[in-house]
Design a protein around this ligand. Structure first.
Ligand code: ZN
Length: 279
């Protein structure tokens, strides 16, 4: 298949241009998709946002990717198939992120939320307090912040730089708080491959200075939101709300956030389905 050939050519080109893993000081040896292919329905992901990473960071954090993919699919909107995929991911999670599934006990309370149209609707909220889930979603959020830094600033986040992140599950981010954040983040971003775009599955807004700092709010299926700031100078720049509240994560610290060291064959990425699926 020509696929394997073009894949290795892509890897060679990427590695020739990048001297460092986007997540740590190691030499890169793999292509990291961020957001991962598994975040997208039917693994159908537009090209783009492919980064150089070392194998340890890439494979070693795949459990966090699957946990994020699972929570992103617990959608309150009518997106057929998402829930079926969540069930499959929950099974996979027991292998690559042991213990996380046990922390999830399903939707735990109902509350009224204002929808974008202004109407109130009763929605099911998921309460997740487990320490393993928290570690995984924090590591995933930190990965996304480091990837967006590389994407928009043009270099990997310096080793003495850092990110601060906060994640919100479904009803956890109120319309008012979200709107307040978005007003400070004027630039829209998503993955785009020609006319193939899936902004309902992944979109973000951001602001940056072009050389040392990026702030962003990313959404997956309106169900997992991630607020982030990534900067080469975490002492000078910071979110006032983040200080002392959100953990600072520096390059090289991702694996240390995760409660496990084992990687299994189930963690190995399968290829993406590029281009829209015709059914
Ligand atoms: Zn690395």
């Amino acid at each position: 298949m020509g696929d394997a050939k073009s894949k290795s050519r892509k890897l060679a080109t990427l590695l020739a241009s990048e001297t460092r893993c986007i997540y740590c000081a190691n030499k890169p040896t793999t292509v990291e998709h961020m957001p991962p292919i598994g975040m997208f329905k039917g693994r159908s992901r537009p090209n783009g946002m492919e980064f150089a990473a070392c194998e340890d960071c890439n494979k070693g954090t795949s459990g966090a990717d699957i946990v994020a993919a699972f929570y992103a699919r617990l959608s309150q909107s009518d997106n057929p198939g998402m829930l079926d995929e969540a069930i499959g991911l929950r099974r996979k999670m027991t292998m690559v992120a042991p213990g996380v599934s046990e922390e999830f006990n399903g939707p735990s309370y109902r509350q009224w939320q204002r929808t974008p149209s202004g109407l109130f609707r009763e929605m099911t909220a998921t309460r997740v307090d487990g320490p393993l889930t928290k570690s995984d979603l924090t590591a995933f959020s930190a990965k996304l912040a480091m990837a967006l830094y590389r994407e928009h600033i043009g270099v990997p986040l310096p080793l003495d730089g850092g990110v601060r992140v906060a994640y919100f599950l479904n009803a956890g981010l109120s319309q008012k708080a979200g709107d307040g954040m978005l007003s400070k983040l004027p630039l829209p971003g998503t993955l785009r491959q020609g006319r193939f775009v899936v902004p309902d599955q992944f979109a973000y807004r951001y602001n940056y200075d072009g050389k040392s700092i990026i702030a962003g709010l990313a959404g997956f299926n309106s169900n997992l939101h991630i607020l982030m700031i990534a900067t080469s100078n975490p002492v000078f720049y910071d979110f006032p709300i983040a200080k002392g509240h959100l953990q600072l994560v520096r390059p090289g610290e991702l694996r240390g956030l995760l409660p496990r060291t084992v990687t299994t064959s189930a963690a190995t990425e399968q290829p993406a389905v590029h281009g829209p699926i015709i059914r």
